[in-house]
Design a protein around this ligand. Structure first.
Ligand code: AMP
Ligand code: ZN
Length: 125
């Protein structure tokens, strides 16, 4: 846990405690299905659609509130598009970035869900 004064308990997820950082550092066994210089993608462990992929930056950003890196945010969506193309999601797919508690974020390392392989109704739950 990072207990530096600037964190004041707000950011409890240091890189070393973050499961997605562990996947990036290959400290956790996960099949990487896409990789470029800045991002990796892997299958969600609890899929909610026939295709359910998570695209994450290799660098730790807690969430969309705290990520101000325009380059990374733009490249994240481009990586999503490449993953969707490689996975043959031409019939359409949904991209979701859950942010904060009310957004349903459970892993505090920014990630885009890529959901495909079925019709996704709107609004979501
Ligand atoms: P969110 O609720 O938006 O923070 O999404 C976190 C997602 O990470 C959930 O859909 C989890 O099923 C998924 N997840 C958690 N741990 C792992 C893991 N080790 N490998 C793959 N997916 C994971
Ligand atoms: Zn992380």
């Amino acid at each position: 846990m990072n207990d530096s004064p600037s964190n004041s308990g707000l950011d409890l997820d240091s890189d070393s405690n973050c499961i997605f950082c562990k996947i990036v550092k290959k400290e956790m066994q996960t099949k990487i299905i896409y990789e470029n210089d800045d991002f990796i993608a892997f299958n969600d462990i609890k899929p909610v659609s026939p295709t359910h992929i998570l695209v994450i930056p290799k660098k730790h950003y807690k969430n969309l509130f705290e990520a101000n890196d325009k380059d990374m945010l733009g490249k994240l969506l481009l990586a999503v598009k490449e993953v969707a193309t490689e996975k043959g999601l031409g019939e359409g797919f949904r991209t979701v970035i859950n942010t904060g508690d009310n957004g349903g974020q459970t892993v505090h390392h920014i990630h885009a869900h890529v959901l495909g392989g079925r019709f996704h109704k709107w609004p979501p739950g």
